[in-house]
Write a protein that binds this ligand. Sequence first.
Ligand SMILES: [Zn+2]
Length: 181
Amino acid sequence: MISETLKDGRIKHSVDGWTGYQNPNEPMTKTKWFKHGTEQWEVKSDSKSKPGVTNTYTVMKDNLNKFSCNCLGYRYQKKCKHITEILEKGKQKDMIIKYTTKKGKTTELSGVPEKETEKAMLITFTSNKNTIEKWLPKSQLKEIEKGVWEIPSWLGGPINYDLIVANNPNKSWKPRSWEKN
Ligand SMILES: [Zn+2]
């Protein structure tokens, strides 16, 4: 097994066609494993039989792009609303992610959600054909209208800066507007 520590502190393990992500301060046993070529999403769903209970199901896409789910509905009917939900989300695709600095300057970034875990979304940001990938904590993402999401400037500023650097590798300035006080 090969293990490396990622920039965000998570440890990435690779072994025999599987990749695992271990969160900082969590034991190895909590590592989430993904088979190469597959994707998975966690879908929360209110229980019909037990009011007030929320179930979490895992929708998987295998390396042939076939979707499956671990709920009972899928087991019996080979389709379910959780898969439909993920497919619908995929159709929305582009996200507008914007942030406003303390001085009131609003910047809009365009992003495409790639992956999702319980707590974060991996988003590809594009500008001038250059792309960068960032994990954004869901707690910081607020959908203010359909497809338009607001994030705090301390999160958006560095993303915008990285995009600018991706497009102008020689740039050496660093804006200060997003710094936390
Ligand atoms: Zn399901």
